[in-house]
Design a protein around this ligand. Structure first.
Ligand SMILES: [Zn+2]
Ligand SMILES: [Zn+2]
Ligand SMILES: [Zn+2]
Length: 220
């Protein structure tokens, strides 16, 4: 799998995930300011969903949990947990600064129909502004085709979300009452099609008009 492309949220550039982090470090991250940990966040089982973010060392894992719920996970307030590579639960009061480059955490949302997210600490970053989790890059939403007519799909049949092509356009979904009732919107999230996930709290869609531009390195 070649991997999906994404957008840099500071300049809009489109790159694959490995090239993206090199681009961000080279072009956008100053060498002083508030110390953060640079994170790669990806679907544990579908790595086409990926994010880069930086989080201040003084923030706790609960801020990261809040961010993951907002961008990717929240459907009906399920429980969640972080686990170490060895499976032990890692408390949400732990500070981001306690983790080092190379550490990995697995985040689980909903202990029934669990969505698992892999978090890798990939380095240290600095930034000027004092706030919580900052999104640096995100994969471009995937486009799916309707299994009936081949047009661009709008929905996923949640009753059958593990089938090879559970996607439907609005017209075709409406033709079958059973499918229509089980339909959930297509979302840019590894939780698409699970439980009642509809992506309502995801306010992080890429908008070229809202580039943050902050943290840009000054060019000599
Ligand atoms: Zn950029
Ligand atoms: Zn739910
Ligand atoms: Zn169709």
């Amino acid at each position: 799998m070649a991997g999906s492309k994404g957008n840099c949220y500071m300049c809009g550039k489109e790159l694959g995930s490995a090239a993206m982090i090199n681009h961000i470090i080279k072009e956008h991250l100053p060498e002083e300011g508030q110390e953060c940990r640079l994170l790669k966040i990806e679907g544990a089982y579908c790595k086409d969903y990926w994010l880069y973010a930086d989080v201040p060392v003084s923030s706790s894992l609960s801020s990261l949990d809040g961010f993951l719920r907002k961008i990717w996970l929240e459907c009906c307030g399920h429980l969640s947990a972080f686990r170490s590579r060895y499976g032990q639960v890692v408390g949400k009061t732990r500070k981001i600064g306690e983790f080092n480059t190379g550490d990995q955490l697995l985040h689980e949302y909903d202990f029934g129909d669990t969505t698992e997210t892999l978090i890798t600490f990939i380095g240290v970053s600095y930034r000027k502004q004092q706030r919580g989790v900052r999104l640096l890059a995100r994969n471009i939403p995937m486009v799916f085709t309707c299994c009936e007519c081949g047009k661009q799909a709008d929905y996923i049949n949640a009753g059958d979300y593990e089938s090879p092509n559970p996607f439907y356009c609005g017209n075709c979904a409406e033709k079958d009452e059973e499918i229509y009732e089980m339909s959930l919107p297509i979302t840019n999230s590894p939780r698409m099609g699970v439980c009642g996930y509809a992506g309502e709290t995801d306010t992080y869609a890429f908008d070229p008009k809202a580039l943050t531009k902050d943290g840009k390195k000054s060019k000599n």
